[in-house]
Ligand binder design. Structure first.
Ligand SMILES: [Mn+2]
Length: 498
């Protein structure tokens, strides 16, 4: 969806969910500012019984002059835009509206709307609004109040940026110029004494599972940020390797997940815990998740959330094989031989665009990859926009450069961030095309259970193979074992002739 599509209406109301949080307020403020600039009659509201009372939100609203109003009277808008929530949900007071637009980052609950932009992979609605504003050429450099609001919205929804996951969230974090003094003040206006008491009570009532070295803690209903605060503390306990802290709110279950072992990434654990019922994400050590109440009831009738999460945790800990490339003994059993389908891929010779020795970070949908520009290191770009470094020698054996461009259309395209200057260079316009030489092939088999592979080139981080993904071994190096995602395998490989 483009924001400009909304400008055909004149009387527009933007609605945050009831008990709005910083992310909802910031996202609403962003849409408000844009429409105000388009000379629209626009109003920013939230419904529900409670008025905003948390100290940080009051400070945010006042310091940034955010014109949000508590709406209790019926309303009839030509267009109603719900932000950080979906029209028809339990935590969104109903108001009549001619047409409805939904801008949100939770999972799509399937309610109808005339306009919809739901990105459940994003850690915050603020990042989505920031992206939408960018598409319209809105200059945030000229609007530091809004920039600060969006940054703070992201900050609060990703547990002080610690559970950040999507590259658009990371882009907002890295690119925006905000009022530093205000953010510092907001960061330290976070807890009330009552919330401190809730945290203390929660820490006394943990449940510990010895075999899996994990702890589960339920808190009383509280601001989701308290969950992160508690889980950070819980993880510091010597015998706790993984922990999940959750609370039941009127509209669903919020959870915070932590891991301090390299065999479990917190974001994957969070995704697993809410799989099919909610959304979750973050990164290796810290992650969060949310399950809408109705979904939990559907999935686990008469199941108490604590039991449900405990069961998922046990299942996660039990159902996984660890594989270390250095100790791997090749077994041909069940493996087929495959070769790359001759199709265009992209590659970039880094020294063509940057000085040798330059520190860079390559941002992709999957991860931020830290690298140094070296003479013989190339960067490959795959059909899904996936990026990986390759040594010149290996490249020349496996691929040959061909004329023409390499093009793909994906939602998020990779870019090179130059550390020192902050310059951002999109990769695709700088990529050349290449084709597989057909000289290399792999043995591979489809996985029927979860496998984590610590590869030969990175013994610290594993590659996750889920059911349906492929375990692959280079035929010319039987220690080079790795995972190829199901979709990429099907698009890129075919059975070898002999
Ligand atoms: Mn949010």
């Amino acid at each position: 969806m483009r924001l400009r599509e909304l400008t055909r209406f004149d009387n527009i109301v933007i609605q945050c969910h009831d008990n709005p949080d910083a992310d909802a307020v910031a996202a609403g403020f962003g849409i408000y500012r844009y429409l105000q600039g388009q000379k629209k009659q626009v109003k920013l509201i939230y419904g529900g019984r409670e008025k905003i009372h948390k100290a940080n939100l009051l400070l945010m609203v006042e310091a940034l002059d955010i014109p949000i109003q508590h709406q209790q009277e019926p309303l009839d808008a030509e267009l109603l835009v719900t932000v950080d929530c979906q029209y028809g949900e339990g935590n969104v007071t109903h108001f009549d509206a001619g047409q409805v637009a939904v801008i949100d980052h939770h999972i799509d609950m399937g309610h109808g709307a005339d306009f919809k932009d739901i990105r459940s992979g994003y850690g915050s609605c603020s990042a989505l609004v920031w992206q939408l504003l960018g598409q319209e050429g809105y200059d945030l450099g000229e609007d530091k109040d809004l920039a600060t609001a969006l940054y703070y919205g992201l900050y609060m929804d990703t547990n002080s940026l610690s559970e950040i996951s999507h590259p658009v969230d990371r882009d907002l974090r890295d690119c925006v110029k905000f009022h530093e003094g205000l953010i510092l003040k907001l960061r330290n206006t976070n807890l009330s004494l009552e919330e401190m008491r809730i945290a203390a009570d929660a820490l006394r009532s943990y449940e510990y599972q010895e075999e899996g070295h994990f702890a589960i803690v339920k808190t009383q209903p509280c601001d989701p940020n308290i969950l992160g605060f508690i889980s950070d503390l819980m993880l510091q306990v010597d015998i706790v390797d993984l922990c999940v802290i959750y609370c039941e709110l009127p509209y669903g279950i919020k959870l915070s997940v932590r891991s301090c072992v390299r065999t479990v990434r917190a974001n994957e654990l969070a995704e697993f815990l809410v799989q099919g019922v909610g959304n979750g994400g973050g990164h290796a050590q810290k992650a969060g998740g949310f399950i809408p109440k109705t979904n939990l009831e559907l999935m686990a009738a008469d199941c108490e959330p604590g039991r449900y999460l405990y069961g998922r945790m046990e299942k996660y800990c039990a159902g996984c094989e660890l594989l270390y490339a250095k100790d791997y003994v090749f077994d041909r059993e069940g493996m087929g031989r495959y070769e790359k389908i001759p199709q265009r891929l992209g590659f970039v010779r880094l020294v063509d665009i940057l000085e040798e020795g330059t520190q860079i970070m390559i941002r992709t949908l999957e991860a931020d990859i830290e690298m140094t520009v070296e003479r013989d290191v190339y960067v490959m770009v795959g059909v899904r926009g996936e990026v990986y470094p390759i040594r010149k020698e290996k490249f020349e054996h496996s691929y040959r450069a061909v004329a023409g461009e390499f093009r793909i259309t994906e939602d998020y395209l990779p870019s090179i961030h130059v550390r020192e200057s902050g310059t951002i260079l999109p990769i695709l316009p700088r990529a050349h095309a290449c084709m597989p030489t057909g000289k290399t092939s792999v043995f591979a088999k489809c996985l029927d259970h979860t496998v984590k592979v610590f590869t030969a080139w990175d013994g610290e981080n594993y590659m996750l193979g889920r059911e349906g993904d492929y375990l692959a071994v280079r035929t010319d190096d039987l220690h080079d074992v790795y995972i190829i995602a199901a979709a990429i395998f099907e698009e890129s490989y075919r059975m070898a002739e002999n």
